[in-house]
Design a protein around this ligand. Structure first.
Ligand SMILES: Nc1nc2c(ncn2[C@@H]2O[C@H](COP(=O)(O)OP(=O)(O)O)[C@@H](O)[C@H]2O)c(=O)[nH]1
Ligand SMILES: [Mg+2]
Length: 199
């Protein structure tokens, strides 16, 4: 059994894009989902995690990923890139459809072990992120918060912003980590955290 902390992702492959939950792969192996606002750096985080340059397509054009994108790591688990939320320039109807898809997925997916909620360390607490975290708590879905794009801030600003976000989300230091897809900062911590959900 391969675990995250082995850090060897011998075989990571794109499996499928899901637009309809009836098409989800069989829940035969555990999965970890990655959620966040559009353009937060979700795909970049995934690529850094699996050490693939651009297996997960990144884009400077927000609001692009509209499907659940499945990646399979060896025969052991799935990583799921969820559609980004909170992109103002898509219609309200479209946003509602996305939210409905994600909510139903998170509520019903039996092999889902953890949701990685990714937020931008540079920004103040956003309502949509707090809403998701609150909902995950209420629903009882395990999650971990990742504050990303840390390379864009000084060490001082990092701790200041992280403390403000901690207070806003109501999390302890152990329930979140600081990350950078650009430098790889926080990667090991994230691997260890995810490992504990896969055991
Ligand atoms: N400096 C820096 N830029 C990042 C980081 N993560 C993502 N980006 C940039 O942010 C933009 C959006 O990234 P992407 O991964 O496509 O975001 P997604 O929409 O959440 O999947 C791209 O231009 C990335 O290069 C990071 O940790 N540091
Ligand atoms: Mg993306």
């Amino acid at each position: 059994m391969t675990h995250f902390s082995s850090q060897s992702f011998a075989d990571v492959r794109f499996l499928t894009s899901i637009f309809d939950l009836r098409d989800l792969p069989p829940p035969a192996i555990p999965e970890i989902a990655f959620a966040g606002r559009s353009n937060v750096g979700k795909s970049s985080l995934l690529n850094r995690l699996i050490k693939r340059r651009n297996l997960v397509k990144t884009s400077s054009r927000p609001g692009k990923t509209q499907s659940l994108n499945y990646f399979q790591v060896d025969t052991c688990f799935y990583l799921v890139d969820l559609p980004g939320y909170g992109y103002a320039r898509v219609s309200k109807k479209m946003q509602a459809a996305w939210q409905d898809l994600i909510t139903r997925y998170l509520e019903t997916r039996e092999n889902l072990r953890c949701v990685v909620v990714i937020v931008d360390l540079r920004h103040e607490l956003k309502a949509a992120d707090l809403q998701l975290v609150t909902w995950l708590r209420q629903t009882g879905v395990p999650f971990i918060l990742v504050y990303t794009k840390a390379d864009k801030l000084s060490a001082n600003q990092r701790s200041k912003n992280a403390a403000a976000l901690d207070a806003g989300f109501g999390v302890k230091t152990a329930e979140r980590l600081v990350f950078s897809a650009r430098t790889g900062m926080g990667r090991d911590n994230l691997l260890h955290a995810l490992d504990s959900f896969l055991l």
